[in-house]
Design a protein around this ligand. Structure first.
Ligand SMILES: Cc1cc2nc3c(=O)[nH]c(=O)nc-3n(C[C@H](O)[C@H](O)[C@H](O)COP(=O)(O)OP(=O)(O)OC[C@H]3O[C@@H](n4cnc5c(N)ncnc54)[C@H](O)[C@@H]3O)c2cc1C
Length: 536
């Protein structure tokens, strides 16, 4: 390990959460060290489902297009019960900016690692965190090779068996499913009649319900490569090794299932069983449900599976961890850069722990009802677009139309900008690491914003942009210091209501403060008082 400057942030673990956190911190200009105890990246594809909300995060980081290219849209699900087709259901997400994507976790990790490499950040592999000691000014990290280094902050993105969580003495209460599961990456040749064709992008769940017990099941999730699937099922007892293994996740210290083991379950549960072939890898995995009692202590935080583990149903684990990183990243960057006081960091646990608590409850409930149709009002539950921080410590003000402080910034399309011959989304207007004051104004009020933009910028040290949206077409050029958009399609007014209003949008694209466009005092109170930003 080379010497670290005190401003560095150490990220322990280069899974999807550590990689996302590094990407967020780097775009804020913060120097990071990213270490992982594995000598090479894990070849296992655990997560496949990438939620619409994660795609919004990746859009902000400039990676959504590459992720879409690497993936396959998960269009729907066929359920078979006792070998008979019970139903085909479609994922109906045509009204969302992004639908549900499938990308093997190792490909997501490669993409993030490649992005970081392009910014000059490498993963230090074969480096295992062994211990931590912290004082008021920094954290001393000790590594398994006997070396040590000092950092301003440390974040443990080191998975379910987090060393950072253990060193901090944070309880990880919960329980485990008694049975084990097996996973495999195989080719499946469906030999189905044309009327039962399984289109590319459709998953298959085959179930045999068992009274008073979990169902016997065979789950095939399509992978981007034509004809390939990630299959999962309950492992037969003969493959079990009670007392061995590591409690949650893939049991890398034990042999996986054979192709014959996987085929046996397909033969038992599928009519006209297809032939499974070309097994690339397989593994045994276990499922636990646990939530960390705290998300950090002092200058050390945890994120992702280090905080929360639960059944993979609904594909929430990696995605929830990525949102942890997106929430913590801008706060940690603001504090590390001296733009905000450390009190801002307490909002990370306050906002994210209740989200994980809800995810654990939902995925456990879904697992117990596996294969049953879900009520229509649950349609968006797993998209993560409904996650909000209403009532949280950083959410202040009254509703603007249907949008409340603490809500995710809604999707708006059809904005126009003077001089640009193409429509834009609100996501384009607020993209980037800065805080944004989003003001809706009448056409004649645009010039008054120039002075407001200058006043706010002079008042806080953190970068802050002013984005204004006026009704109608892109008639007038923006005044200096203001990014001016026109609501040509009326979608902005539909999302926020017609009345002029101002919103402070956080770098993770959640609404922080709402108020009147002229309420500069209220804005400054929020920025300096609630967010604790340093005076400019
Ligand atoms: C079968 C299965 C299917 C799943 N499907 C989905 C899905 O569809 N969608 C979804 O969102 N989630 C899914 N998940 C969950 C998802 O895989 C995890 O939530 C995700 O991997 C968590 O990412 P992470 O970065 O927090 O931890 P990990 O991916 O576990 O990464 C932790 C990293 O930390 C490193 N590390 C550990 N200890 C140390 C140490 N002391 N020093 C240095 N490095 C260390 C490890 O080597 C590892 O690389 C699934 C899981 C399973 C098992």
């Amino acid at each position: 390990m080379k010497d670290a400057a005190m401003n560095d942030i150490l990220i322990v673990g280069a899974g999807p959460v550590g990689l996302t956190l590094a990407a967020v911190l780097v775009r804020h200009g913060v120097r990071v060290r990213l270490v992982d105890k594995l000598a090479s990246a894990s070849p296992y594809c655990r997560a496949i489902g990438v939620t619409p909300r994660t795609l919004e995060v990746m859009d902000d980081l400039g990676l959504a297009g590459a992720l879409v290219d690497a993936g396959i849209w998960l269009d729907g699900l066929r359920t078979l019960v006792h070998g008979h087709p019970a139903r085909d259901s479609d994922n109906d997400f045509a009204d969302l900016p992004y639908a549900q994507l499938g990308v093997p976790q190792d490909a997501t990790e490669r993409l993030l690692a490649g992005h970081l490499a392009g910014q000059g950040v490498g993963i230090e592999r074969g480096v295992e965190l062994a211990g931590l000691t912290q004082d008021e000014t920094g954290v001393e990290a000790r590594f398994a090779d006997g070396s040590s280094a000092r950092f301003a902050y440390v974040v443990g993105c080191d998975g379910a068996h987090s060393a950072v969580r253990r060193v901090l003495g944070i309880a990880f209460e919960g329980e485990a499913w008694p049975m084990e599961f097996m996973l495999g990456d195989v080719r499946i040749d469906w030999d189905l009649p044309p009327e039962q064709d399984l289109p590319r992008g459709r998953a298959l769940f085959a179930l045999r319900p068992i009274p008073e017990a979990p169902p016997d099941l065979f789950v095939a999730i399509p992978l981007p490569e034509r004809g390939r699937y990630r299959v999962s099922m309950v492992a037969p007892e003969r493959l079990g090794a009670p007392g061995q293994g590591t409690g949650h996740g893939i049991q890398i210290d034990r042999p996986g299932a054979t192709l014959a083991d996987l085929q046996e379950v397909a033969d038992r549960l599928l009519p006209d069983p297809p032939r499974l072939s070309e097994l690339r890898w397989s593994s045994i995995f276990r499922i636990s449900m646990r939530l960390a009692a705290r998300y950090g202590t002092g200058r050390v935080f945890i994120a992702g599976d280090a905080c929360h583990i639960h059944p993979p149903t609904g594909g929430q684990g990696m995605n929830t961890g990525i949102q942890d990183a997106y929430n913590l990243g801008w706060k940690l960057a603001a504090v590390a850069r001296g733009e905000a006081g450390p009190a801002l960091l307490a909002s990370y646990e306050a906002e994210r722990r209740p989200v994980a608590e809800a995810v654990i409850a939902r995925t456990v409930e879904q697992s117990l009802n596996f294969g049953r149709p879900r009520p229509p009002e649950d349609r968006l539950a797993d998209t993560q677009l409904l996650v909000n921080y209403r009532g949280g410590p950083l959410s202040v003000g009254a509703a603007v139309g249907p949008v409340e402080p603490g809500d995710r910034l809604p999707e708006v399309q059809g904005l126009r900008r003077h001089g640009l011959g193409f429509p834009l989304r609100l996501a384009d207007a607020v993209r980037g690491p800065d805080l944004v004051l989003l003001a809706t104004v009448r056409r004649g009020e645009v010039s008054a914003l120039e002075a407001l933009a200058a006043q706010l910028r002079a008042s806080v040290r953190a970068p802050l942009r002013l984005v204004a949206v006026a009704p109608g077409d892109a008639a007038v050029e923006a005044p200096p210091g203001v990014s001016l958009f026109y609501d040509a399609a009326g979608m902005f007014a539909a999302a926020f209501g017609p009345a002029p209003a101002a919103l402070i949008v956080r770098p993770d694209k959640y609404v922080g403060w709402t108020g009147a466009v002229g309420d500069a005092g209220g804005m400054l109170d929020y920025l300096t008082g609630v967010l604790g930003l340093a005076a400019g």
